[in-house]
Write a protein that binds this ligand. Structure first.
Ligand code: MN
Length: 242
């Protein structure tokens, strides 16, 4: 039986010779594969026709982590710690998300992907949590070295899709973000928060699977709750396929 095709967005980088590459950390690919999906990497810079052709073939999309979204896209406050902005990736992902959501395609957003979902639907971001959100706990654990550190808990609201999937009221998560949801888009529903009240997971009601999380579950697949997240996503993509 053909496996569902799961698109994964990529970032733009340079290889050891200085040539541009489209790249993605392998953990995302593994997590999707282990959950029974076929990973398909999506480069940025696609024409509108190429993007819609690809979207038609895909059964679901994973919006992956990465650098900060350009502050101008959501009217945010400029901040010296805004880093690794990539306008080509921003415009591709924002357009892809809008098209996918209006098609009712299952999606999973992770970290930057969570922020893309919020911004695409009209929400805003703290451009630096530590500076702009009084009373915030530490969310910006060094992404280069601390990807599996359980940085903080998130409390999952009962009677939500996330609670149903994970079966756990409290999750222990990593935290590799210095930005976060400030005003949540009206269409989104918060389903989990950090101890300081920062929204860490949202659903887009009305879709077979529309979920985004601020942490990185692909680095925590030793936890059953995180594996269940990927399995539920891929299952929703498979159902849509049949
Ligand atoms: Mn966090």
């Amino acid at each position: 039986m053909p496996l569902p095709l799961i698109g994964l967005t990529t970032y733009n980088d340079k290889n050891q010779y200085g040539f541009p590459v489209a790249a993605l950390m392998h953990k995302y690919i593994l997590a999707v594969s282990e959950a029974g999906g076929t990973p398909v990497l999506i480069p940025s810079g696609l024409t509108e026709d190429a993007r819609s052709t690809l979207l038609e073939c895909l059964d679901g999309i994973l919006f992956t982590g990465g650098g900060d979204i350009a502050t101008e896209t959501f009217g945010g406050e400029p901040h010296p710690r805004v880093a690794a902005v990539d306008p080509a990736r921003d415009s591709m992902e924002l357009a892809l998300f809008k098209a996918a959501a209006s098609d009712g395609k299952p999606f999973l957003g992770i970290c930057r992907g969570f922020q893309v979902v919020n911004v695409a639907l009209g929400g805003t971001l703290y451009t630096d949590i530590a500076d702009q959100r009084p009373g915030a706990i530490k969310h910006d654990y060094n992404p280069g070295t601390q990807r599996q550190v359980l940085a903080h808990e998130v409390r999952v609201d009962s009677d939500t899709r996330l609670a149903e999937i994970t079966g756990e009221p409290v999750l222990k998560v990593n935290s590799l973000h210095h930005q976060g949801a400030k005003e949540l888009a009206a269409a989104l529903k918060s389903v989990a928060c950090a101890p300081d009240g920062l929204v860490e997971a949202v659903v887009l009601p009305g879709l077979p699977f529309g979920l985004a999380v601020q942490w990185h579950p692909e680095w925590l697949t030793d936890q059953p709750a995180m594996r269940k997240l990927f399995f539920a996503f891929v299952a929703a993509c498979r159902e849509r396929k049949t």
